[in-house]
Design a protein around this ligand. Structure first.
Ligand code: BGC
Length: 368
């Protein structure tokens, strides 16, 4: 891939907004990566929620609101499925994973026909969290998303402890700490905003307490958060539950140790890997993860560290200002790169989530 080494951040911010706007449907759905073979035609709750958060932080109020409207319409379309899942869990006969809600929907908000690693819970917490952030940031009324938020809370309360695929759509057999954090952050946002009230808020609060206890008992090793329960490695996604999501308080010793472990183990010259055993496209460095680590550093007062990560992320832009999913400057397993190019083509570019995270970190650093 052609990259330029020092693209000015401010020019890239404008390009990022253009790219996000260009690839948002009138119904609010964001394409994850419009041209990439495996992602084309789909909108993810995870990517989309962070894209909306980035757009919202850059002042694109209507874009973010439209996305949350798409989320709400999609959730309400599958209300019957959610009620069936919730009832089955309450009766002690949880539905099989293939009947749980998917990570991604078609752009018109329907189930897709392609096989995917679909059962992922994090995006359902993340959209709740991001919608509430957006409403707070711009003083908006949340009423039109209430029904969908209640359904989402019920879904998460019924199923939060189930193993599922992680952010990287891998290891369905594990309970992933960043997934727990996304679920917890979403439930907390629903309580704080009043989207969950009465008995639902009490139940959500109890689950948050259980999530925190589980992380304390089985989600920490050597003082830092770990990739999945009872493991000892870190994962780049863990930065997000420190900041911007704030489920792990940035001023805690746990946050400080986790940031240090991410720095030591996954960051090479500012480019952050997903995790040390990553073979996807050879296991390169992800600009969106550099931005998440930058947000975590900004939250603990390390402005210089955050800026260096922002600049590294910007440096991955192609000559026409597009940010990729990952770059191949430092590959963990170079021998695995070509098999993915053969399977799916060159790395997803542009990846809207990468652009959004650049916007989000830049906004945090006061750069617009
Ligand atoms: C990543 C996911 C992402 C999806 C769409 C996958 O390769 O692992 O985190 O949601 O692409 O961008």
């Amino acid at each position: 891939m052609t990259t330029i080494s020092s693209s000015p951040v401010s020019a890239l911010l404008a390009t990022s907004l253009d790219i996000i706007s260009l690839h948002q449907q009138p119904n609010g759905a964001y394409a994850a990566s419009p041209e990439f073979s495996a992602y084309r035609g789909y909108c993810w709750f995870r990517d989309g929620a962070f894209i909306a958060d980035g757009a919202s932080s850059a002042g694109e109020i209507e874009s973010a609101s439209a996305f949350f409207g798409w989320c709400a319409a999609t959730i309400e379309r599958y209300a019957g499925t959610i009620e069936m899942i919730v009832d089955a869990a309450a009766e002690g006969t949880p539905v099989a994973t293939e009947h749980m809600l998917p990570a991604r929907f078609t752009m018109d908000g329907h189930l897709g026909g392609d096989d995917w690693w679909d059962f992922q819970l994090d995006g359902y917490g993340t959209w709740l969290w991001a919608a509430v952030q957006h409403a707070n940031r711009h003083d908006l009324d949340l009423t039109e998303w209430r029904r969908a938020a209640e359904l989402t809370v019920d879904y998460l309360l019924s199923s939060w402890a189930r193993p599922c695929y992680d952010w990287w759509e891998e290891h369905q057999e594990q309970v992933h700490v960043s997934t727990l954090g996304c679920v917890g952050a979403g439930l907390q946002a629903a309580i704080d905003s009043g989207l969950a009230d009465g008995d639902r808020a009490v139940a959500a609060s109890n689950v948050i307490t259980e999530i925190r206890a589980l992380i304390d008992e089985r989600g920490i090793s050597d003082g830092h958060l770990v990739k999945w329960l009872d493991s000892s490695d870190v994962d780049g996604s863990l930065a997000a539950i420190i900041a911007p999501m704030g489920f792990i308080p940035p001023d805690s010793a746990l946050a400080i140790s986790t940031i240090a472990a991410l720095d030591d183990q996954l960051s090479f010259n500012g480019g952050v890997h997903r995790y040390l055993a990553d073979v996807f496209y050879g296991g390169g460095q992800w600009p969106l993860l550099s931005c998440f680590l930058g947000l975590a550093k900004a939250a603990v007062g390390d402005g210089a560290g955050a800026r260096a990560l922002l600049e590294w992320a910007a440096s991955t832009a192609t000559s026409d200002g597009m940010l990729p999913e990952q770059v191949d400057r430092h590959l963990l397993f170079p021998e695995h790169r070509d098999e993915w190019i053969t399977r799916w083509g060159t790395v997803a570019t542009p990846l809207l989530w990468s652009h959004a995270m650049l916007l989000r970190l830049a906004a945090e650093m006061g750069e617009q």
